[in-house]
Design a protein. Structure first.
Length: 166
């Protein structure tokens, strides 16, 4: 059973890294810096709801660390880690109150927490509280992206039900 779990988590981490790498090759959708879809979060949302907290945290940690290495930009590690951990914590808290069919709601709220975490790190690193002015723009785009990734994760769960006998 431990081998099956490790294999599943490694596969999901690999899928998330592939999505991350492909998304990194897509030109930005807007000229506003820091705005991206965050499609690899589809796997995080799926793992948080369909698998469980421990596995979701391990998959997220591996993706953030390896994604920073693959992108060759370790300076983004603390931004990604802070955002990812805040997002995951919020989603895991909401997991208790929401059903599997409402995971998209947790994704939207988690995306807002992700942006708040990133802004908090940016303010701590730069010592510039004025960066809070950028938060509304990030929240709006993040929540739209969170809705999309949440709906994709929802579709993944629905698709997997037919293949796992759940």
């Amino acid at each position: 059973m431990r081998t099956r779990r490790l294999t599943r988590d490694a596969m999901l981490t690999g899928v998330a890294l592939i999505i991350f790498t492909i998304e990194a090759q897509i030109p930005p959708l807007t000229s506003v810096p820091g705005i991206k879809m965050g499609l690899a979060n589809i796997i995080t949302v799926y793992a948080a709801f369909a698998i469980g907290p421990a596995d979701a945290a391990l998959i997220l940690a591996a993706r953030v660390l390896l994604g920073s290495v693959i992108a060759g930009n370790l300076s983004t590690l603390m931004y990604s880690a802070a955002g990812g951990l805040m997002c995951l914590a919020v989603m895991l808290g909401l997991r208790r109150a929401l059903s599997m069919s409402q995971m998209w709601v947790a994704s939207v709220i988690g995306a807002a927490a992700h942006n708040a975490g990133q802004i908090a790190v940016a303010i701590a690193v730069t010592g510039t509280p004025a960066l809070l002015a950028y938060l509304p723009v990030l929240l709006m785009s993040g929540m739209i992206a969170g809705l999309f990734t949440g709906l994709c994760a929802q579709a993944l769960v629905n698709r997997m039900k037919g293949h796992t006998g759940q």
